[in-house]
Ligand binder design. Structure first.
Ligand code: HXC
Length: 261
């Protein structure tokens, strides 16, 4: 599939999406947003893909929504057409993916770009990464999860400060605050994030999907509800051929050969 604003490829079970508007710091215009949504949806139904990796390359993830495209919009336009005027918004496509989605972030991840990383299941950051919701600086506010997902990830104090002042968070602070799963040297971001994605892609798909559902459940439910849901999900894995294969392989001291992958 050939796109205008992203690159997409499948390698060793990993569906890789690279945001590709280098001259505009990968600013998210409607074409890019539509293409990310289409690529994610495409990988979702591609049996050769077990994990999705979204990156902006080694310089910048994305400097936010394309302000030049956005600046003349009216409230009526945004409200009636759901900016950025695409059927399937990319943040929702990522959020709704059943397959694991990883963000690999170098440089700025701002505004809608930061929101895109937070819609992913987890973020691997280069030491150059900078996260921020600077919309206040242009007289607006986050509109694709910034006030919600950032607050759930780093707590009210940091989210408030970042959204109200536009202050950015570097990789180390982001790791300390729990926004990113780990930091790698910038020059190793592509390799390390791909290795992680490839490892996940080699696991039992139905088990991965259940784990995703359970961890997501923890974000929005009470502990009791979450624990009950997790117990049923754990029991359900015993219906998978892959579960019996994994346990037998362990007992027989060999590598498991998962069928559902
Ligand atoms: C359009 C952008 C852009 C953006 C950068 N560029 N960010 N174009 N939209 N969000 C373009 C610049 O116009 C410039 O192109 C080129 O990228 C390089 O940017 P510079 O500003 O020259 O680089 P630098 O001085 O290094 O500063 C980098 C920066 C700054 C700190 C990231 O560009 C910046 O503050 N960008 C805006 C960040 C922002 O406010 N994001 C939130 C957007 S609102 P030219 O051709 O001019 O040289 C949002 C809402 C989401 O995201 C809502 C979702 C529903």
């Amino acid at each position: 599939m050939s796109y205008e604003c992203i690159l997409s490829e499948v390698k060793d079970g990993v569906g890789i999406i690279t945001l590709n508007r280098p001259k505009a710091m990968n600013a998210l215009n409607s074409t890019l947003c539509r293409e990310v949504g289409e690529a994610v949806d495409g990988f979702e139904v591609d049996d050769s893909v077990g994990c999705i990796l979204i990156t902006g390359g080694d310089q910048v993830f994305a400097a936010g929504a394309d302000i030049k495209e956005m600046k003349d919009q009216t409230f009526a336009d945004l409200y009636a057409k759901n900016f950025p005027y695409i059927q399937r918004d990319c943040w929702r496509a990522i959020d709704e993916a059943r397959k694991p989605v990883i963000a690999a972030v170098a440089g700025f991840a701002l505004g809608g770009g930061c929101e895109m990383t937070m819609a992913c299941d987890f973020i691997i950051a280069a030491d150059s990464a900078k996260f921020g919701q600077p919309e206040i600086g242009i007289g607006t506010m986050p509109g694709a999860g910034g006030t919600q997902r950032l607050t759930k990830a780093v707590g009210k104090a940091k989210a408030m400060e970042m959204c109200l002042s536009g202050r950015m968070m570097g990789a180390e602070e982001a790791e300390r605050a729990g926004l990113v799963s780990r930091i790698v040297p910038a020059e190793e971001l592509a390799e390390q994030s791909f290795k992680t994605a490839r490892k996940i892609a080699s696991m039992s798909r139905p088990a991965l999907t259940l784990i995703k559902e359970c961890v997501d459940m923890a974000v929005g439910s009470s502990l009791d509800d979450g624990l009950r849901f997790e117990r049923r999900a754990f029991e359900a894995t015993f219906a998978f051929e892959d579960c019996s294969e994994g346990m037998n392989a362990f007992a027989e001291k060999r590598k498991p050969e998962f069928k559902n992958r």
